[in-house]
Design a protein around this ligand. Structure first.
Ligand SMILES: NC(=O)c1ccc[n+]([C@@H]2O[C@H](COP(=O)([O-])OP(=O)(O)OC[C@H]3O[C@@H](n4cnc5c(N)ncnc54)[C@H](O)[C@@H]3O)[C@@H](O)[C@H]2O)c1
Length: 399
């Protein structure tokens, strides 16, 4: 594919193409937020990050590389360039590989379906051959479907309330970027939809990774694993925490307790890490979240902790530099800034007060729009979007 101008076309919060230079720049901007250590540790920990190309998994990979010089493997599932550009995660992975090179890390990126047994076998072989054993596993997958390779069944996840229909206010943008406030009603999930969502976003696949690693004796003594979870506000609870995705998170948290017991054999730990709201491809698909995050940012400004800031704190706790900040249910909490009662009261007040006329003042809609377009490499400061760019770039080869 020759160099060409790449533009943000698409519908709603889904764009069809990604801008390579914008994606590179957004990774560089994330790295710039990570304070480097005085020097990298002599013993490089070995980490596996599943979901390493976007959102919280990308932030954890970058923070691990920059602050701890991790060796290891990142797994993501991205579309290569073809008729359209590659997905944004394709280009962010190329940029992350350069960050790994700069940190002197032996880090390999695997583009494959994490749910497949073939992927697990490939990644475990790689870990065994290159590193012998693993110190950390960060599980940060957000997927719309999962095929269970052991039964061949494909499950679709849905984002729906459970029990009753729910109407929420939402933020959308029209073609020229004008914000629109609308009410949308989500019908409740039936039992099968709720169960299928647990199959996709619950803890089963995480548990299989850990079991396979343990079976092959690839877990180093003191191994630690976290899977990402979310609780969120009462403003979004009908659609999130009390809905289908929330049921999957409850399953994930139960899985953490089971794995934690199983890992006693290697003096290991398994925890869920409850992170705060962030603008990601996964979260913009949830009705009401765009509005909620825009109001959260209007309330908090720079005190809204970015995925990178939270990931720095996550690594501090994983490596034992600071003790785990656990709640009474044993979950690692990185979201306390979001769920602070004063913050939630202020967001709720804005949520109630907002009207179609005041939306641009009461919510940080410009910030949100730039964040969501930034997920595809657009609206990134310092990028010349009139400049043709070659999207036909290779996935990083193992070094
Ligand atoms: N975004 C939020 O507000 C938020 C808050 C707290 C917790 N979380 C949790 O963080 C986790 C990650 O979510 P995110 O928002 O960062 O998502 P995201 O969409 O930004 O990233 C998802 C990642 O998963 C990878 N992926 C998807 N399907 C895959 C597959 N089949 N095999 C391998 N990789 C696959 C993608 O390539 C990408 O790297 C989820 O568990 C989510 O619930 C998100």
């Amino acid at each position: 594919m020759a160099a060409r101008v790449v533009s943000p076309t698409g519908r709603g919060f889904l764009l069809l193409d990604a801008h390579p230079t914008g994606c590179f720049r957004s990774v560089a901007d994330m790295v710039a937020q990570i304070p480097p250590p005085a020097r990298l540790p002599e013993h490089r920990p070995v980490a596996l990050v599943i979901g390493s190309s976007a959102g919280y998994g990308l932030a954890a990979t970058l923070a691990g590389l920059r602050r701890h010089g991790i060796h290891g493997v990142g797994v993501a599932f991205e579309r290569p360039p073809g008729r359209r550009t590659g997905t944004a995660g394709w280009y962010r992975t190329i940029a992350t590989d350069a960050v790994a090179a700069e940190a002197g890390s032996d880090f390999t990126f695997v583009n494959a379906d994490a749910f497949a047994d073939t992927t697990k076998a490939e990644v475990l072989d790689l870990i065994e051959k290159r590193f012998g054993q693993l110190d950390f596993l960060v599980y940060s997958v957000a997927a719309p479907r999962r095929t269970d390779p052991r039964t061949g069944t494909t499950y679709q996840s849905v984002i729906k309330p459970i029990g009753a229909a729910h109407t929420t206010r939402t933020l959308e943008f029209d073609g020229d970027g004008t914000p629109i406030l609308r009410d949308v009603t989500a019908q409740p999930a039936d039992e099968a939809e709720a169960a299928d969502t647990v199959q996709v976003m619950g803890g089963e696949d995480w548990s299989r990774w850990v079991a396979d690693l343990q079976e092959r004796n690839l877990l180093r003594t003191g191994f630690r694993t976290v899977a990402l979870s979310y609780i969120g506000s009462s403003l979004t609870s009908a659609i999130y925490r009390d809905g289908t995705i929330g049921a999957a998170k409850v399953h994930l948290e139960r899985t953490a307790r089971e794995l934690d017991e199983r890992l006693a054999a290697v003096d290991g730990r398994a925890l869920t890490s409850v992170n705060g709201a962030a603008v990601t491809q996964a979260s913009t698909a949830i009705p009401g979240i765009a509005l909620y995050v825009s109001l959260l940012h209007a309330t908090l400004g720079d005190a809204l902790q970015s995925p990178v800031e939270q990931s720095v704190r996550l690594w501090d706790q994983l490596t034992g530099a600071v003790p785990f900040d656990l709640d009474e249910q044993g979950r690692l909490r990185l979201d306390r800034w979001e769920l602070d009662p004063a913050v939630q009261a202020a967001v709720a007040e804005r949520w109630r007060a907002i009207t179609p006329e005041t939306i641009a003042e009461v919510a940080d809609v410009d910030w949100f729009r730039a964040q969501f377009r930034g997920l595809y490499g657009f609206d990134v400061p310092g990028v010349d979007y009139a400049e043709p760019v070659d999207p036909d770039l290779e996935w990083p080869a193992p070094r």
